[in-house]
Ligand binder design. Structure first.
Ligand SMILES: O=C(O)CNC(=O)[C@H](CS)NC(=O)CCC(=O)C(=O)O
Length: 281
């Protein structure tokens, strides 16, 4: 059994302030017995302003939240999954990477995953997002060894692309991470259902730490996030759930439950080939 802490944050657009929020949360998570601490998408900076991001974001090796997380992991002897950090890439078009980073209990970086699916959607008249204008999408799925089991790393909007999760699980993932800054509108309708579906389809644990609330920002449009961090067991039951406020939730991960769920329903190994759908022409 491994205890995981899900950190729910209301991050700001100031990386220095967010590093303090991370330090406080990590202290509470360690006091609660966590061996792996998982944080939300854009733990280092959440902003509605590309120019603000350009002013404060740094390359990964100069990011203050990455440095803080590595120091905390080494100090406390725990693994930290930074759900994501927004970092500069040096690309000519100035786009950032939305990067999930797994840090081991000595502060070393074990794995990096750049978000593949960009959130380019118009939810309604007041809420539109064009993530691909600020971020360069990744192209590789990533599995990483964690103290809780082999981890399939994903981010937020990836959640809507089930073949990614199936590929990760078929490659050996036992735990899937879905750090998020979900929209309140889509969150209310889709968040829990999609997370539970991914757990059931793959027979994996799903851990989904989220951003919440109205984010304090100095410029650009206001950002709000759905919150409701969730952890789901391989059979589909919710084992940790948060509300609208920042805080921590704990989940126990028992890899026996992965084997058990897959024994009872072996659908992960039941793929069959089929020809493409035949349409009317
Ligand atoms: O903006 C940044 O700096 C970091 N990126 C995000 O917060 C992204 C894009 S705006 N949010 C999502 O993917 C939410 C997905 C979602 O809400 C859904 O699938 O319904």
């Amino acid at each position: 059994m491994t205890r995981v802490a899900l950190v729910q944050l209301c991050a700001t657009d100031d990386p220095g302030r967010n590093a303090e929020l991370l330090r406080d949360a990590a202290g509470a998570a360690v006091a609660g017995g966590a061996r792996l601490i998982a944080t939300p998408e854009v733990t280092n900076c959440i902003s509605g302003s590309r120019s603000h991001q350009s002013a404060v974001l740094r390359p990964e090796d100069e990011d203050i939240v990455v440095a803080e997380a590595r120091a905390l992991a080494a100090r406390h002897g725990v693994e930290i999954l930074l759900g994501s950090v927004a970092v500069t890439t040096g690309d000519a078009d100035g786009r950032f990477a939305n990067r999930s980073i797994l840090i081991d209990d000595r502060g070393g970086i074990v794995a990096r995953y750049d978000k593949i699916h960009m959130f380019d959607v118009e939810i309604d008249a007041t809420e539109t997002y064009r993530e691909s204008s600020a971020y360069r999408p990744g192209e590789r799925a990533v599995l990483a060894p964690s103290v809780a089991g082999l981890l399939g790393m994903t981010i937020c909007y990836d959640l809507r692309f089930p073949h990614l999760y199936r590929a990760l699980a078929q490659a050996g993932a036992m735990v899937l991470s879905v750090p998020a800054a979900f929209s309140p509108v889509t969150g209310a309708s889709h968040w829990e259902v999609l997370l539970r579906a991914r757990a059931i389809e793959t027979g994996c644990y799903v851990i989904a730490p989220a951003q919440c609330g109205t984010h304090p920002t100095t410029r650009g449009r206001v950002r709000r996030s759905y919150g409701h961090s969730l952890a789901v067991a391989p059979w589909g039951e919710v084992i940790a759930r948060m509300g609208d406020a920042p805080g921590i939730a704990f989940a126990e991960i028992d890899l026996e439950a992965v084997a058990d769920a897959r024994r009872r329903v072996p659908s992960l190994a039941g793929d069959r080939r089929f020809s493409p759908p035949e349409g009317l022409s």
